[in-house]
Design a binder for this molecule. Structure first.
Ligand code: FES
Length: 89
């Protein structure tokens, strides 16, 4: 398979050359997500986020975020509950 045909994000129809171009221009992961909507489609990045991270590792380690987003969508109530319980400890 040629690199030009590789789909990174099938929900938003983003290809490897599009991502590669943004990485070469020095955009960070968050900027790439905002520009392409990669990881923001129907599956919320379950398919493409790991691919995107791997591509960033291949090209530039400095663009990888230190914090990881939740793997599954979370209800705000759960997040609030987590921080409330943390305060009580
Ligand atoms: S494959 Fe990228 S958001 Fe679903």
């Amino acid at each position: 398979m040629k690199k030009n045909n590789l789909i990174v994000c099938r929900c938003e129809d983003i290809t490897w050359p599009e991502i590669e171009d943004l990485i070469k221009k020095g955009f960070t992961l968050e900027e790439i997500k905002k520009l392409t909507r990669c990881g923001m489609g129907y599956c919320q990045g379950r398919t493409c986020f790991n691919i995107l991270i791997r591509l960033l590792k291949i090209t530039n380690q400095n663009l990888i975020p230190k914090k990881r987003p939740p793997l599954k969508p979370m209800v705000i109530k759960e997040i609030v509950s987590y921080f409330e319980n943390e305060k009580q400890l």
